[in-house]
Design a protein around this ligand. Sequence first.
Ligand SMILES: [Zn+2]
Ligand SMILES: [Zn+2]
Length: 262
Amino acid sequence: MTLPPLFDSHLHTPLCNHATGHPREYAQAALDAGLAGLCFTDHMPMPAWYDAGWRMRLGQLAEYVDTVRGVQAEFAGRLDVRLGLEADFHPGTERFVERLLAAHDWDYVIGSVHYIGAWGFDNPEYVAEYGERDLGGIYRHYAALVEGAARTGLFDAIGHLDLPKKFGHRDPDGSALRRVLDVVAGLDLALDFNTAGWRKPVAEAYPAPELVREAAARGIPFVLGSDAHAPGEVGFRFGDALAQIAAAGGRVVTYAGRVRRE
Ligand SMILES: [Zn+2]
Ligand SMILES: [Zn+2]
C-alpha cells in the first residue's frame, strides 16, 4: 500500500539514556521509509529529583537543540525535521516545565504521564505493583492525572493515552479515559497515536481502537508517532495506524511552531 506523506512525531535520542542511534540515523530511516518528515520529542529535563535516569539533564538541553538543528540543516530540502519534546506531567513540576518550554522554539510538545505518585507504572521493573492494586483504581488515578496534564495548557497532545495497559493490564471499565476524552476535546488538544504499543506485551497501539473511535467522534485529531528509541523503529506500522484511524473516521495532523497543521 502506498502511504500519503507522513510525519513521525514521537522520536527519542540517546540523550535520554535509553535510546540508541544518532538523530541523523533516525532522519535517514525516515527518508528510507518514505516519510515526509519527523519531529524529535525526547524526554525533557525535569527537576533533578524526578526520574533522572531516564531523560537528558537540564545541562544537556542545549546539546539536544543543537543536535536536532544540525540534522535539520543536513536534511534540508529532503526531509522536514522538527524540534519537539515529550514532556512529563507530574503534579508540582508545572512551573519547571513551563519555564523550560519557554526557553526554546519548540514545534510540538507531548504531555505524558509516566508516574502514579512515586510508581513508574510503565517501567518493567515495577510491573508487580499492578498485582498490589485494584486495576480500576489504577486507571481512575491515571485518568485524573492525564486530565490534569490536559488542563495545564502546556501541551499540544496527550502521549500514549492508555499507557497502563502496556504489560497487558487493560482498563476493566473504560469510563475514566472516555471522560478524559471529553476534556481533551474541550481544550482542543490532539492525541499521540503511538504505535509502540504494538511492540509491547499488550500488542495494541495507544490508544485502543475503541478509544480511537471515541476520540474521532469528539473531533480529536491524531498525531502519528512510533515512539522510536532506535532508528529501526522509525515509522513503525504507520500503515496499520492509518488504517485504524481511517476506520474510526479520525484525522491525522502535525505540529510546527506549536501550531496544528491538517
Ligand atoms: Zn523513552
Ligand atoms: Zn512516554
